[in-house]
Design a protein around this ligand. Structure first.
Ligand SMILES: [Zn+2]
Length: 222
């Protein structure tokens, strides 16, 4: 990988999901069933035939209802985004998006999943991962957007218009991996309340973009 490629502009991908597809409708129904029955496992492969996985690029916000789910399996999916509502999955212990190569970042709200202890993430896909230092998209002219106007501060949960949040990237150790997280903050004090980033990563919340000055890639992987 040449340095020219490495530092090229990286767009944030918004509006990832076509919600008119049958696959999306089925996925939403599956979420309701798992929630109603109080089941402990969520498996994308059970919800939708693998041949339609290319139609699924995120999960619905209704995953907030999955209060009993301990295991979330998204192995080999085409998912690009995880909604902040994952933070409301209080029982989540195991998160398996492994080989979901389009999944480059996670919402900061995943830090609310206090029981999460196992994750298998394809680290080469992650922004900033120490092996490749994949560049973070520039949030300045290119914010992550949501399909509703009001969202919540990632730190204090206060409702806030998405146009009024400040967005930051921060890399934090979650379960077994260091994950690049997107934070929406309502205020400077919420920004200051963010935890210290993982060792070997930028030691402050940042806006991404070229010339970011990430630490060098791990020697081993050069
Ligand atoms: Zn806040």
């Amino acid at each position: 990988m040449s340095s020219k490629y490495e530092y090229n502009y990286v767009p944030v991908e918004n509006d990832v999901q076509d919600t008119t597809t049958e696959a999306w409708v089925k996925l939403c129904e599956y979420v309701e069933i798992i929630a109603e029955k109080g089941l402990t496992e969520f498996n994308l492969g059970e919800a939708i035939d693998a041949k339609y996985w290319s139609h699924i690029h995120t999960l619905p916000p209704s995953i907030a209802k999955l209060k009993k789910v301990k295991k979330l399996f998204l192995y080999g999916s085409n998912i690009k985004r995880i909604p902040p509502e994952i933070g409301e999955m209080d029982a989540l212990e195991e998160f398996t998006p492994y080989t979901s190569y389009n999944l480059h970042w996670f919402p900061y709200e995943i830090t609310n999943c206090k029981r999460l202890k196992n994750s298998t993430v394809s680290t080469r896909a992650l922004y900033g991962n120490y092996k490749y230092r994949k560049p973070f998209p520039d949030l300045k002219d290119n914010p992550v957007t949501y399909d509703k106007e009001m969202i919540a501060c990632s730190v204090c949960s206060k409702p806030i218009k998405q146009s009024e949040t400040e967005q930051w990237w921060i890399s934090i150790g979650i379960a077994t991996d260091v994950l690049p997280l997107l934070v929406n903050v309502c205020s400077n004090s919420c920004k200051k309340a963010l935890p210290k980033p993982a060792k070997g990563y930028l030691q402050y919340p940042h806006k991404g973009a070229k010339n970011l000055g990430q630490p060098p890639r791990d020697e081993w992987y050069r």
